[in-house]
Design a protein around this ligand. Sequence first.
Ligand code: 6PG
Length: 238
Amino acid sequence: MAREQLSDAAYAWNGFADRQQLAAALAGHVAARLTKAIAERGTALLAVSGGTTPARFFAALSLIPIAWDKVSVTLVDERFVPPTSPRSNAGLVAANLLQNKAAAARFVPLYHEAASIESAAASDSEALQSLAWPLDVVVLGMGADGHTASFFPDADNLAVLLDPSSQRIVLPVHAPSGGEPRLTLSMARIIAAGCIALHIEGDDKRIAFDGAMGAGVKKPIRRVLEAAPIPVEVFWAP
Ligand SMILES: O=C(O)[C@H](O)[C@@H](O)[C@H](O)[C@H](O)COP(=O)(O)O
């Protein structure tokens, strides 16, 4: 049941009884948006988040028979580790999404060997320039601290990361709470998506989300919802 929050942080809440029902619903929603994009412009661009939440959703999406050969998949953010690392979001996507029907999709990673995270981000921005922007779908996650993408509250360049007018596609992130240095899509690219979904699970995340929508210092997830020109579709299960 969706409840529209008509505030400066517009979002639609979609709550589910369990995580499998959420995975099926989110997969169907994303697949429908990708199919619409392919019908309208012959191609579709999807950006997904990593972490521990998305695996079930990825598996459900991988089974849906859409024109995956016309879909490009990239990441919302990435830890500065090779795909063989257990910390790699590219590794998570390869193992859970780019299988079954979705194996036909084109995957565009963010990580590549580079002298520094800054040079990796700069060359990423060049490499990703050729993708068919804007994103048709972006699926965000959220940490209990209210971060999304790699917009960590303790990032040393948070103001740059949250700049909705940034010309960059990919930005480097140094944040103690983020672990490794990170590569993240910029706020501008995220909020320009045709469909913005936020996938969160567990009571801790619901409490964190509700807290972020309340008074007090605006956490990154709130900044994204406020900057987005369209309501964010929140998908939550206990
Ligand atoms: O690289 C990452 O970690 C993600 O892209 C990040 O933004 C994630 O969505 C949140 O940290 C939630 O992570 P969990 O799903 O592990 O709670």
